[in-house]
Design a protein around this ligand. Structure first.
Ligand code: FNR
Length: 179
């Protein structure tokens, strides 16, 4: 069984991106399990805290999930045409301590959803220098920008649009096949 660690960069309960990730777990091929990790308990990065106390428990959990995973799926919102701070903060923490080497060579895929017309294309581009610096193996065969998300989800943030679910299924199948 292949394993993918999936992270949503939104803390919102009815998040379009968290909903996209949940749908991905349902649409993954039979030989692949997407484990959803959580960034909710990750504190703001503080070098003094790291020196005094080491890595926070939530970060250690994410690191061990990443270590056990064959691939990483980042489901990114877009804020002001960039990566939301909470998401970048979580990855920054994860890269500390023993974490840096966990990213090296790790297959990573990036998708995202937004209510706007460009579906997180700018945020996805902002991940590129980060993933290069972490020496990840970025999967580029597929792309998925979910735009106009407001019409594609139910009120609880579940992805209900059949066409988008089909595109997501193809995307995940392609990424999983590369692992
Ligand atoms: C946004 N949003 C947004 N959307 C977008 O497509 N491009 C952008 O540059 C921005 N900028 C932006 C800045 C800030 C501070 C906020 C709070 C929001 C809208 C954003 O896509 C929307 O809130 C999504 O619903 C966020 O993703 P989740 O929480 O639904 O996963």
């Amino acid at each position: 069984m292949k394993t993918i660690l999936g992270l949503s960069g939104s803390l919102r309960k009815a998040s379009f991106n968290a909903g996209l990730l949940r749908a991905a777990t349902e649409l993954a091929p039979k030989d692949t399990r997407i484990e959803i990790g959580s960034i909710v308990e990750v504190p703001l990065y503080n070098g003094d805290v790291e020196t005094a106390e080491g890595l926070p428990a939530a970060v250690l959990t994410l690191q061990s999930q990443l270590q056990a995973a064959d691939g990483l799926l980042l489901v990114t919102p877009e804020y002001n045409n960039g990566i939301p701070g909470v998401f970048k903060n979580a990855i920054d923490w994860m890269s500390r301590g023993e974490g840096l080497k966990l990213f090296v060579g790790k297959p990573v895929a990036v998708i995202g959803a937004s209510p706007g017309g460009f579906g997180t294309i700018m945020a996805q581009n902002h991940w590129l220098p980060v993933l290069r610096t972490l020496k990840c193996d970025l999967w580029t065969e597929g792309r998925l920008m979910v735009s106009r998300a407001g019409g594609l989800y139910d009120e609880a943030g579940n992805l209900t649009d059949d066409k988008t679910r089909a595109m997501l299924g193809d995307y995940i199948t392609g990424f999983a096949a590369s692992l």
